[in-house]
Design a protein around this ligand. Structure first.
Ligand code: GDP
Length: 198
């Protein structure tokens, strides 16, 4: 899957414009600045595929990426938790994201990105509640693992697992990644390959 060349497919701001249902989809979600674009770029091997927005949280879009003949579509969900986000924007995020999560039968898993330096924040718990409500399986990916020391990362993994064990739709394994140091990227690719091929 990841040996292919990935390209941007489409961006949508409302459900009416979603691409046709086809391949298996996986989606990436997380707070603004969590390292989502960097991770998608590292996974697909295409720098600049997912673009960092200079004004975080401004555009509430679902971005779709696909590769020729690969039975997988990657969806970049709008970042949440942008500090200055007005209420209407948060509402729009919730509405679009929830409609997508509920209405997309090919969506197999959401990778929920958590910054290793911050751990799970109240806003992440809100995102998890939304995923639980939509009954979409999600798996936590700790990002920027190069920013903390190995013992702290081990502790964070344990705490995060304990936190997730109470949630109905959480997948019980955590992957730590660093897009910068290219750690955990192969592990995450393997997880995705396994998901798509089974
Ligand atoms: P997004 O807003 O979630 O798409 O986040 P970006 O991918 O744009 O990354 C936000 C910031 O974190 C940028 O300054 C990146 O350079 C930095 N960053 C992303 N991934 C890593 C990582 O693995 N390690 C480190 N040290 N910094 C990272």
């Amino acid at each position: 899957l990841f040996a292919k060349r990935w390209d941007f497919l489409t961006s949508v701001t409302d459900m009416a414009n979603l691409p046709d249902i086809g391949d298996t989809e996986i989606a990436f979600a997380g707070r603004s600045n969590v390292g989502k674009s960097s991770l998608i770029n590292a996974l697909t091997g295409r720098k600049g595929l997912a673009r960092t927005s200079s004004t975080p949280g401004r555009t509430q879009m679902l971005n779709f990426f696909s590769a020729d003949e690969a039975p997988l579509t990657i969806v970049d969900m709008p970042g949440y938790g942008y500090a200055q986000a007005p209420k209407e924007l948060v509402e729009a995020w919730t509405n679009l994201v929830f409609a997508y999560l509920r209405g997309r039968p090919t969506l197999r898993r959401v990778f929920l990105l958590i910054d290793s330096r911050h751990g799970i924040k109240p806003i992440d718990l809100q995102a998890m509640a939304l995923l639980d409500k939509a009954a979409v399986i999600y798996q936590v990916v700790l990002t920027k693992s190069d920013k903390i020391k190995p013992p702290a990362l081990t502790r964070l993994k344990e705490e995060t697992l304990a936190n997730l064990s109470k949630r109905p739709a959480a997948f019980p394994a955590i992957i730590a990644t660093s897009s910068e140091k290219v750690n955990g990227i192969e592990e995450l690719r393997a997880e995705i390959n396994h998901l798509v091929l089974n």
